[in-house]
Write a new protein. Structure first.
Length: 563
């Protein structure tokens, strides 16, 4: 007996999209399995509470890396969403598609058909942009995307943008449209003041369909096979072990940590690694769990000379007022992630598209929402977004409750270390422009004493944090690539009726936050799985600095500072 047509493992950024799109056909049945539970919680739905679900075990798998050799042996947190919506229910709600060149790199590396012109229509189909549809943006999709509150509510937002222009960088009116490179307003997945997770955007409107069944609290241990054909999964629920079967396909959407570990427990991975822990080999695919990529960032912090920063809102009294207003009206400071201005720049001449990203915050605080120091401050979250370091995810047993070994190998490639030196110096120059003079006080981090390459390297190793963008561990690629886990239709090589659809399938990481490209991937994969014609390509032009080969920015800075 078969229980459904399509069996989806993981109700995260991709799984909710697949469940919604595939169940649009009333003649097919879909089961969506999720290890966590409901996402119904004020701390999930309220945008400004974004740090709370990430620090709550109910909503977070709580993965950690092993000691990282490039970070002086530091163990790094790797939070992944647990519950409906997955990581889209605990992320920072920043909406960044990535540069067109990022997607074109996928096709160049062997993911045939995955280029920007082919993927742009799926970004548009997913989106309901608050400014309405145009040749780049969608106006009627499930996912609400806005630009937050009015930036004029805090002058620091505009001051940061003005500083970037003074430093010689361009402005951009829409970094998700014609021009990513430059300084401008940041976009976020917030719908009428509430978090727009994929559970909210895709699953909620579809969950009453009779052909869609959602099962929470299900920990999938492995995929079941008849020969080399996937027929279902085995899972634990309420202390018991069950099996569920599919007539058509099994689709793993458990994320860049979860999907490779399910494959490995199922006998799909590097044969030598599987045999070492006693797992029978179904398909020898050495790329499973390899190619792990992530973004790192630091908090570049200054004291603020005027009492206008968010640090004044961190008292219990002010938090209570913000929360009450949000509960009553779904607006105000509770309805934003507070990253309302941003930038994307290139590290150096010879790079065609941006590789550094800035999130500007008109406050100085840690990710858990605590003040970084007494008084007022501001900070940028910044880091190079195209690292060359590669890590891995490997199970250590067949027990699904035992976390895998996660090694990112951060900063183990010389170019990555050099990019960080350049990033720190560019950032200091930008924040040293005259537009920030009336607000900029003492540099708290890194600190004015951190100047030489060796000092910067040490501070970065000790201070850098993950931006929580693990990806690329089940990459798509050409048949000749021994480390390509999937073909261009997201099918797992060496077996039948098994696909992976989530951020693990990226061949390389995009320049920016990963929720938007993950949703796009699921939108396009849904058509491939359903056997539909893919959407017509959109050849809308994309801006690159016409002198990118020879210059790092469009003009000399209005003001130079000594280092």
């Amino acid at each position: 007996m078969r229980d459904c047509d399509f069996l989806i493992v993981g109700a995260g950024s991709a799984g909710c999209v697949l469940a919604s799109r595939l169940s649009e056909d009333p003649d097919v049945s879909v089961i969506l399995m999720e290890a966590g539970g409901s996402d119904r919680s004020v701390i999930v739905q309220m945008p400004s509470a974004l740090s709370m679900p990430m620090n709550t075990r109910r909503f977070n798998w709580g993965y950690q890396s092993v000691p990282e050799p490039g970070l002086d042996g530091r163990v790094m947190d790797c939070p992944r969403g647990l519950g409906l919506g997955g990581s889209s229910s605990i992320n920072g709600m920043v909406y960044v598609r990535g540069h067109a060149e990022d997607i074109n790199q996928w096709e160049a590396s062997g993911a045939s058909g995955w280029n920007y012109a082919a993927c742009l229509p799926y970004y548009q189909r997913a989106e309901s942009w608050y400014g309405g549809a145009d040749k780049y943006r969608g106006g009627s999709g499930p996912l609400a995307v806005c630009a937050g509150n009015d930036m004029r509510l805090n002058p620091l937002y505009q001051a940061f943008i003005d500083a970037g222009l003074e430093a010689g960088y361009p402005a951009t009116s829409d970094y998700n449209g014609f021009q990513q490179e430059g300084f401008g307003q940041m976009h976020m997945t917030v719908d009428k003041g509430q978090r727009a997770s994929t559970s909210h955007a895709y699953l909620k409107p579809a969950r009453n369909r009779p052909n869609l069944r959602i099962i929470t609290g299900t920990l999938v241990s492995k995929v079941l096979f008849e020969g080399d054909c996937a027929i279902g999964v085995e899972y634990e629920k309420d202390g018991n072990v069950f099996q569920v079967f599919s007539r058509t396909e099994v689709i793993l959407s458990a994320g860049s940590i979860g999907s490779p570990t399910v494959l490995q427990r199922s006998g799909i991975g590097a044969a030598s690694d599987l045999q070492e822990i006693g797992i029978p080999v179904i398909s020898d695919l050495p790329g499973v769990g390899k190619n792990l990529q992530d973004h790192l960032e630091v908090y570049f912090q200054y004291r603020c000379l005027e009492p206008i920063s968010l640090n004044s809102k961190l008292s219990l009294w002010n938090k209570g007022l913000i929360g009450l207003r949000w509960l009553l009206f779904k607006d105000g400071l509770g309805a934003t992630n507070h990253f309302e201005s941003c930038a994307f720049i290139r590290t150096k001449a010879g790079r065609r598209s941006p590789d550094i990203q800035y999130h500007f915050l008109p406050g100085a605080m840690r990710y858990d929402g605590r003040a970084a120091f007494d008084g007022h401050g501001f900070q940028v979250h910044v880091g190079p977004n195209k690292p060359l370091s590669r890590g891995s995810v490997n199970i250590i047993s067949d027990n699904p409750r035992e976390h895998p070994k996660v090694l990112f190998n951060y900063l183990t490639v010389r170019e990555d270390i050099e990019d960080w030196r350049t990033t720190i110096r560019h950032t200091r120059e930008i924040l040293g422009q005259s537009a920030m003079d009336k607000y900029r006080g003492e540099e708290i981090g890194p600190g004015a004493e951190v100047q030489t390459d060796e000092q910067i390297d040490h501070w970065v190793r000790q201070s850098v944090e993950s931006a929580y963008h693990p990806s690329c561990t089940c990459k798509m690629g050409r048949d000749s690539d021994a480390y390509a886990v999937l073909d261009a239709d997201c099918r797992v090589r060496g077996v039948d009726r098994l696909r992976v659809v989530d951020s693990s399938i990226f061949p390389s990481i995009t320049n920016g936050n990963l929720n938007a490209p993950t949703i796009m991937v699921a939108e396009r994969a849904a058509d491939l799985i359903a056997g539909k014609d893919v959407l017509d390509v959109n050849d809308a032009p994309v801006w690159c600095d016409p002198k990118w080969q020879d210059q790092q920015r469009i003009k000399s800075p209005a003001r130079k500072i000594s280092s």
